[in-house]
Design a protein around this ligand. Structure first.
Ligand SMILES: CCCCCCCCCCCCC/C=C/C(=O)SCCNC(=O)CCNC(=O)[C@H](O)C(C)(C)COP(=O)(O)OP(=O)(O)OC[C@H]1O[C@@H](n2cnc3c(N)ncnc32)[C@H](O)[C@@H]1OP(=O)(O)O
Length: 268
């Protein structure tokens, strides 16, 4: 997955299938001469890593197919209807399923089978879930906004590229154009996705204010007040500190993977 010329870095828990199947005669001497207990421990670790690789490969294949299905459904809808109106409704169930399933990725980081920050992944996944469940799904009035189509197209291109990158990497057959796409397209797609998301939240504000959606006004039996309108404004403002962190994280990944730079990441 990495440029062989690149300086050696702390290896991720799972890099490729080959990591768990050392060629005959290449086993570390510690393993050959170790005690029975050491050998058992090594075997357990290998079984665990092999299981992790099988799981990750299957997961990434399913997600690639899922986002490809979404892409085809969007293209078909647009070709048939000649308009984006109603497109969101037509793909809503598939989108909700695959985007919600991505919560598993936070688990991958938490249990250490993928060497990515739980926080970085958590922010990315939660912001997507928030957009899907609490904006587009919850507020019917915004579903036909052009900004929804913008972020849907951007997410779809990003995810097809990202999951196929992981899949081919794990299988040790990564075509260069996928690697290139993974670490270059985001430069344009990430800001475009943010624009689509922010415009959609902005479009939702008047409806939320008028309807009092997801809000709790005093007096009530819990003696708690919550205004979703102001919550949305806070979410929009939170893009200012959070988005640059995700973007610079991806730029660091890009330098590491495409140019072999050694990057020392801070721990969570
Ligand atoms: C409650 C409400 C909260 C609201 C909060 C609002 C604030 C939100 C602010 C920001 C919002 C942003 C909105 C943007 C949305 C969009 O997505 S726009 C579309 C464009 N987006 C992108 O291009 C980014 C897509 N996202 C990502 O790439 C990831 O989610 C990431 C976490 C940001 C970065 O991924 P990361 O894993 O760190 O980098 P990689 O280089 O891909 O991988 C690192 C290593 O880990 C391995 N790995 C990771 N995942 C897997 C996997 N599934 N399977 C196998 N391996 C995996 C990967 O191979 C790498 O390994 P090495 O190459 O060996 O290092």
């Amino acid at each position: 997955m990495r440029d062989p010329a690149a300086p050696s870095l702390p290896a991720p828990a799972v890099s490729s299938l080959a990591d768990f199947h050392p060629a005959p005669g290449t086993m570390a001497s510690g393993e050959e001469d170790g005690t029975v207990e050491e050998k058992e421990n090594n075997n357990k670790k290998k079984t665990k890593s092999t299981l992790a690789t099988i799981w990750l490969t299957s997961y990434n294949i399913v997600m690639t197919v899922g986002w490809l299905v979404l892409a085809l459904a969007m293209i078909r809808f647009y070709v048939q209807k000649g308009s984006h109106r109603g497109l969101y409704r037509s793909i809503a169930r598939t989108l909700k399923f695959f985007q919600t399933f991505a919560l598993v990725e936070v688990g991958h980081c938490a249990i250490g089978i993928v060497k990515t920050s739980v926080i970085v992944t958590g922010v990315q996944v939660c912001s997507r879930l928030f957009m899907v469940w609490f904006i587009t799904n919850g507020i019917r009035q915004v579903q036909n906004e052009e900004s929804v189509i913008l972020f849907l197209v951007v997410w779809t291109v990003t995810e097809i590229t990202r999951y196929s990158y992981y899949t081919f990497s794990l299988l040790n057959h990564l075509p260069y154009f996928i690697k290139w796409a993974r670490y270059n397209l985001f430069i344009i797609l990430y800001p475009l996705g943010v624009v689509g998301e922010l415009f959609t939240i902005y479009a939702a504000l008047p409806f939320v204010r008028r309807s009092g959606l997801y809000s709790m006004r005093l007096p009530n039996k819990y003696n708690v007040s919550f205004d979703y309108y102001y919550c949305l404004i806070i979410v929009m403002l939170s893009y200012i500190p959070l988005f640059p962190q995700l973007y610079f994280h991806m730029l660091r990944q890009r330098r590491k993977v495409l140019h072999g730079e050694v990057i020392v990441e801070k721990d969570d």
